[in-house]
Design a protein around this ligand. Structure first.
Ligand SMILES: [Zn+2]
Length: 368
């Protein structure tokens, strides 16, 4: 038995960003706070929004850190309190969207930011319109926001119905200016979402279908997006793959590869997608031992079986300049035991269909 509920309205299409005013007209919002990455200001997107919405834009918050912090959330909430806007528009990668989603919930539920990472009720939020400028996080369609506490070097995924954006506006053309390295780390995250979803205890018929399609599209297009940034067809395929993987994972949650990633990101500054990809292939094989369907899914994605899929993932990582081993990340091998121990503290770990012990995970991390 499974239930399926996905409340985010999705608007998708090349060039749709230049029609944003018309896309949002039916929502009847009257005043907006924009949260935007610095790179999109460099690309002139703030002027494009201002030209469409005029005085309805009350303020623009920029400078969100790559792993958004409590301080980023606090800055957005302060601006919201100043202007009492009725909608947040988040334009950027996963960091910008996650920060805006958390701020929307903090604002509407009057959550104490100092205790945000221990808070568990995220049932409501000011509406957020999420506009991704990378193909990877899927944050535009998920009920998750990953926030860091810099002082304690903690990275915590917040989860709740209220963290779903009101709408996602996905314009693949916004990804044309992405540098190759960002294309790689965000694009590989699409595959990690799809593989975690297929290997999750909560997988179902619908999430399986979306995850297989997303993984197939990403495997077929990521290397080309890396080498041919201005190829609109390839970028559109990556945006579609990211969206599908995001919808899939919104139903199942992420699993082992993500559990193992948070500590790598918060302690060693490894980009999120690269940190997940470090063990995603091994997790797929482990999970295939508990659910034989994962070999079938691997065939539908374009490989012979789970092991062949891992080999394909390794080839893709190599071709897109991503780390293959813990040594490539410059991390001392003596840290591996602690990395595994930290990984087992996250609920994502319990979401695997297979439940290996720490020694087994340490083994596959050591053998890399
Ligand atoms: Zn991810």
């Amino acid at each position: 038995m499974f239930s399926y509920h996905h409340p985010v309205k999705i608007h998708f299409g090349p060039g749709i960003f230049s029609e944003l005013y018309h896309v949002l007209e039916p929502y009847n919002f009257s005043s907006f706070i924009i949260v935007m990455s610095n790179s999109q200001i460099d690309n002139g997107l703030d002027r494009l929004v201002a030209s469409q919405f005029g005085d309805d834009v009350k303020d623009v918050v920029t400078g969100i850190t790559p792993n958004p912090t409590l301080e980023d959330v606090r800055r957005i909430v302060t601006v919201m309190e100043e202007h009492e806007a009725d909608c947040l528009i988040a334009i950027g990668g996963g960091s910008v969207m996650d920060a805006a989603k958390a701020a929307g919930a903090v604002y509407l539920q009057s959550i104490d930011i100092n205790h945000l990472l221990e808070h568990t009720d995220f049932s409501e939020s000011l509406p957020v319109i999420a506009i991704p400028t990378t193909s990877g996080s899927g944050s535009e369609v998920t009920p998750t926001s990953v926030i860091s506490d810099e002082a304690h070097r903690l990275k915590v995924p917040l989860i709740g119905e209220g963290l779903y954006p009101e709408a996602a506006v996905v314009d693949p053309e916004l990804t044309l200016t992405l540098p190759a390295a960002v294309t790689a780390v965000s694009g590989i995250d699409v595959i990690c979402h799809a593989l975690d979803c297929l290997g999750s205890a909560g997988h179902n018929t619908i999430s399986d279908a979306l995850a297989v399609s997303a993984a197939k599209l990403a495997f077929e297009n990521l290397e080309r997006a890396y080498h041919e940034p201005m190829n609109t067809g390839v970028r559109e395929n990556m945006s579609g793959a990211s969206l599908m993987a995001g919808v899939a994972v919104s139903q199942t949650g992420t699993a082992g590869s993500h559990a193992m990633s948070y500590h790598l990101t918060s302690h060693y500054d490894v980009p999120h997608g690269e940190a997940c990809a470090l063990t995603a292939g091994e997790w797929y094989i482990v999970n295939a031992g508990a659910n034989l369907k994962l070999d079938d899914h691997a065939r539908m994605i374009g490989f012979e079986d789970a092991r062949d899929l891992k080999r394909g993932l390794d080839e893709l990582k190599l071709a897109t300049g991503l780390a293959m081993t813990i040594d490539d990340l410059g991390i001392d091998r003596g840290e591996m035991k602690a990395i595994v121990e930290r990984g087992f503290e996250y609920r994502d770990m319990k979401n695997n269909i297979a439940q290996p012990d720490q020694a087994e995970v340490l083994k596959f991390l050591s053998e890399k």
